[in-house]
Structure formats: C-alpha cells, structure tokens
Write a protein of this length. Structure first.
Length: 256
C-alpha cells in the first residue's frame, strides 16, 4: 500500500466565506489536524472540487446553521413560513452552502466513503438521512444546558457527556465520561436520530453528542469541535479520532 503522505486525500466541506479558502483560519483548523495524521486535504463546496474519484474520505466541517428547507418542522410549526422559522429560532445560514453540501454528503454515503462529521457536520448527516434537526436547543429542549459559546478565539464553554461503552468513541478516547467543548445552538435528540445511525454519546440534557453507523462503515459524527486548538482540553486528546478516520480512508480505492 502506498504511503499516506501526499497521496491519501480527504475532502473537507467548506463555507462560502473567505475564511474557508486554503490558508485561511476556518479551513486550516480542519486541514491541519488531517495533515498531522498523514493525509492531504482538498476543499469540497461552492467553487471547489467535487470529484469523488480524487478523495478517499469526507470530513464534514462546522459552520453556520442548516437552512430549515432541509428538515421537518417542529410540532406546532407546520403553519410557519421558512422566514418565520428563521426568525423564531434565530437561524443564521448559508443557503448556497447547503444546496451544494447536502448532495455531496448523500453521494459520499451512497458510494461508501468514510465520513467524519463535526458539529454542524453531525447535524447535516442526520438531516440528509432523516430530515430531523432541533432548530434551537434553548427553545426546544427542556432544561437545556448552555451549548452556544461566544464567538472568537477564546476558550469555549464545556460540559460532560456520557459515552456508550461499546462505541468507537469510547475506544478512541478511552473513557465513558468525557468533557467536550460546545459551540452550537442546533442539534439532535434521541428521537430524531436516523435509523442508519446509532447514538453513542449524550449530554445531560438529552442532546446527542456522537453517532456512528449501524453497520461496519466508518461514519462517525461528533457534536463537539475536536480540531479546535484553543480548547486544548479536548483537542489534545482527539488525535486518535482523526487517526482512526484516516486509517479508515486508507482502505479506499481512491488514491492520487
């Protein structure tokens, strides 16, 4: 088998802003952790590569909210227009990103690519598979924890999660109790998880914090940001997660 170095390529989904260009902070926060475990990266999104023959796996990055056109209304919201939903739940979204990214995720799953989904990514994954998403945790989840950190280069809020003992996350982090960062206001609850996914970690308020595929494929989603270097308490113990992802990708037939 060929070496990972400069050969194995992981596609990273990107937003539409300048910060998602190569060399800019948002993109590089994800690309740097993939390079650190021996793979190369390319951008997948608006104005970027969409060639699945060139990638061996897909990393779904964080970013703005998913547009409500792509998931079912919450009970009682069926009469609301999309603009009313956006206002009610304080949704900030990039429709152009969603229109490109959701089909990319669907195709990646259909052809069996390994997938690692981070923060927004775990939400996109569930939206593609089940059309289910909590549009605002604070408004929709009883006794919700604070999940939304302040923006900027400061340490994030954190909370503990419970991890299923027989899960890949438990194996990779070596624990059934984990303290993670939290930088989101949308999410999924147990009743929303796709039948193709298995919830493997949960916050005390019932928000799902990790999922993995119900079959043998590497499809893993985490609600936290393991790539975020400012949050050393989670970043510094997340190397095994990225290594496992790249190792799963190495068995793909898609090599440069």
């Amino acid at each position: 088998m060929q070496s990972f170095k400069s050969k194995l390529v992981i596609g990273i989904t990107v937003g539409t802003g300048i910060d998602w260009q190569i060399g800019m902070p948002e993109y590089e926060s994800y690309a740097s952790v993939i390079r650190a475990v021996g793979a190369e990266c390319c951008r997948m999104g608006k104005g970027a590569l969409h060639d699945f023959d060139k990638i061996s796996g897909l990393l779904l990055s964080g970013g703005l909210d998913v547009h409500p056109d792509h998931y079912d209304r919450m009970p009682g919201d069926e009469h609301l227009s999309k603009d009313e939903v956006i206002k009610k739940y304080r949704i900030r979204c990039e429709p152009a990103r969603d229109e490109i990214e959701l089909p990319i995720v669907k195709q990646a799953l259909e052809i069996g690519l390994p997938v690692l989904a981070i923060c927004r990514g775990i939400q996109v994954l569930n939206v593609v598979l089940a059309r289910k998403l909590v549009p605002d945790i604070a408004l929709c989840v009883p006794n919700a924890l604070p999940h939304k950190s302040l923006p900027g280069p400061i340490e994030s809020l954190r909370h503990e999660i419970s991890v299923e003992p027989d899960s890949l996350i438990a194996k990779l982090y070596g624990t059934q109790k984990l303290v993670v960062n939290t930088r989101h206001h949308q999410g999924i609850t147990l009743d929303m998880v796709s039948d193709m996914l298995r919830p493997t970690a949960i916050a005390p308020d019932g928000v799902v914090e990790a999922v993995e595929s119900t079959d043998s494929r590497f499809v893993v989603g985490v609600q936290w940001h393991p790539e975020r270097k400012k949050d050393a308490f989670i970043h510094d113990i997340s190397g095994p997660l990225f290594k496992a992802f790249v190792e799963a990708c190495s068995s793909s037939r898609r090599w440069l």
